[in-house]
Design a protein around this ligand. Structure first.
Ligand SMILES: [Ca+2]
Length: 491
């Protein structure tokens, strides 16, 4: 049980010739295709996607929904204004406890019968899922999230509404998709007003979960009902055209009573960036630092490899390649592959019914966290990333690590290795093997590279997540692999 993890602190001093090593189980306090939001001004094929011929001072009005212009602050999406609702063709698919696989289609604009005859139950939560760029209702991550949400019981018992605005989120026009978040958000808000007036649905039983562009769409939806939604979960909110922009156009803490945000893919490479690193909620989880995720190729590696002619198979073999891969051309390959880096929806889906808690720690930055400086929860408490963040005390910026493969949640451990003062300067890699009453954990690198500079008095710390509670640690063995030499024990 993760909840038990770290209830104790284990300190092992390794009696080796010149190394002290400490394994510290993290203290507990006293108390997861496709959704890519892509912008590029560098990669030639993507340039086309970013071009916009919109002009300033443009406006448009649509029946029922209302008017939109591109005056400040709504000039954020390359001056694009939302496309016609007939083109976007938004669909609202309702999955209920009574019909978990056979959705009802709800309508906000005239077909009141769809709401009047709905199985929607206002005593339950309504969880709304909103996808991002290049996604639609069939994106591979949506069904698993629906299933996990429908498993919730008791006070969390839920129906699930999937918002499909795929026609308005199509590749290649990211500016249009970014602008369409305003219209789709308004459509969701209008539907919620209908649910409120016709079914007695309380806004404080509504939770909007948005991935990428969908995160900002959730913000607009709540704005439409005077920010009364109980909760918005932003899963790697889109960065391009939103990060640093006016709070009216992007997800921010004022948009709902509780806003929790996962940051998983803020790395920018070759001019391409996906997620926003901006603080956007009451609690922001910077997962594995937020830039990219373990087990996934970095943006630089991925895009460089693809543009360099690396094969699709290469990426199929990566541990991120368990999701959709339907390459039609190089650009799609880039988009689909990049999506896999953003595991925000995978983490969130896993968190809903997992016994593992995804414990997260407040810290000033990721480097400090990885150095072991923030391993004691303050009086204000630690956080719990994902679905249960609302019931954990942690607020503000939180840090945690995950495993590189599913299930991603694990137990945090910190290994600390202190070198003796009598060693000669050298280079190589230091590993630790941990033997506990649970199992042996072999060859954990604490230097993170094979040719680290090593000198007397150095202290190496390595934070990692492991699949289980290691329990009582009996002993550990430290190994040193000298650069360009054979491995040998330094014992
Ligand atoms: Ca906002």
């Amino acid at each position: 049980m993760c909840s038990k993890a770290g209830l104790y602190s284990v300190l092992i001093v390794l009696c080796v010739i010149f190394v002290d090593a400490h394994l510290v189980s993290i203290q507990q306090t006293s108390d997861e295709p496709l959704a890519i939001d892509t912008i590029s001004h560098v990669v030639p094929p993507m340039n086309r996607a970013m071009k916009s011929f919109a002009r300033a001072n443009a406006s448009v009005c649509y029946p029922v929904i209302g008017c939109f212009d591109n005056n400040d602050p709504y000039n954020n999406a390359a001056l694009e204004i939302p496309q016609a609702p007939e083109l976007i063709d938004t669909h609202f698919l309702l999955f209920t406890q009574e019909a978990p696989t056979d959705p009802e289609f709800l309508s906000y604009d005239g077909n009141d019968q769809s709401i009047a005859g709905s199985k929607l139950n206002p005593s339950r939560w309504l969880r709304i899922i909103v996808h991002g760029f290049v996604n639609n209702r069939n994106s591979i991550w949506i069904r698993p999230m629906v299933d996990e949400l429908l498993k919730l019981k008791n006070d969390e018992l839920s129906d699930v509404l999937v918002v499909d605005w795929g026609n308005g989120a199509k590749f290649p026009s990211y500016p249009n998709a970014a602008s369409n978040t305003r219209l789709v958000g308004k459509q969701i808000g209008l539907l919620l007003k209908k649910l409120h007036s016709m079914k007695g649905f309380a806004y404080d039983k509504i939770h909007c979960i948005g991935h990428s562009l969908g995160a900002h769409t959730c913000g607009i939806a709540s704005n439409t009902v005077d920010n009364q939604l109980a909760r918005i979960s932003g899963l790697d909110p889109a960065g391009p055209y939103f990060e640093g922009k006016n709070a009216l156009v992007r997800l921010d803490p004022t948009d709902a009573k509780f806003v929790d945000v996962l940051h998983t893919n803020t790395e920018i490479a070759f001019g391409l960036g996906l997620g926003s690193g901006e603080v956007s909620g009451h609690v922001d989880f910077y997962v594995n630092g937020g830039q990219n995720q373990p087990g996934c190729p970095s943006m630089t590696t991925l895009i460089g490899g693809l543009l360099g002619g690396q094969s699709e198979a290469t990426f199929e073999q990566s541990s991120c390649s368990h999701s959709e891969f339907n390459r039609r051309d190089c650009i799609n390959t880039i988009l689909l592959s990049m999506h896999k880096i953003g595991r925000a929806h995978g983490y969130f889906t896993e968190s809903i019914n997992s016994e593992c808690s995804y414990k997260a720690y407040p810290c000033s930055n990721y480097n400090s966290f990885m150095s072991g400086e923030c391993l004691v929860c303050p009086e204000s408490g630690c956080g719990q990333m994902g679905f249960h963040s609302i019931s954990s005390p942690g607020r503000g910026n939180m840090y945690l690590t995950t495993k590189s493969v599913s299930p991603f949640c694990g137990y945090h451990y910190l290994i600390e290795v202190t070198l003796d003062h009598n060693i000669a300067k050298t280079s190589g890699e230091i590993f630790v093997a941990i033997h506990s009453n649970y199992e042996m954990l072999a060859n954990v690198s604490v230097t993170s590279k094979s040719n680290a500079d090593i000198k007397a008095g150095d202290v190496f710390r390595h934070m990692f997540s492991y699949k289980a509670d290691l329990g009582q640690v009996d002993y550990a063995i430290v190994y040193f692999n000298k650069a360009k030499s054979c491995m040998y024990s330094i014992e």
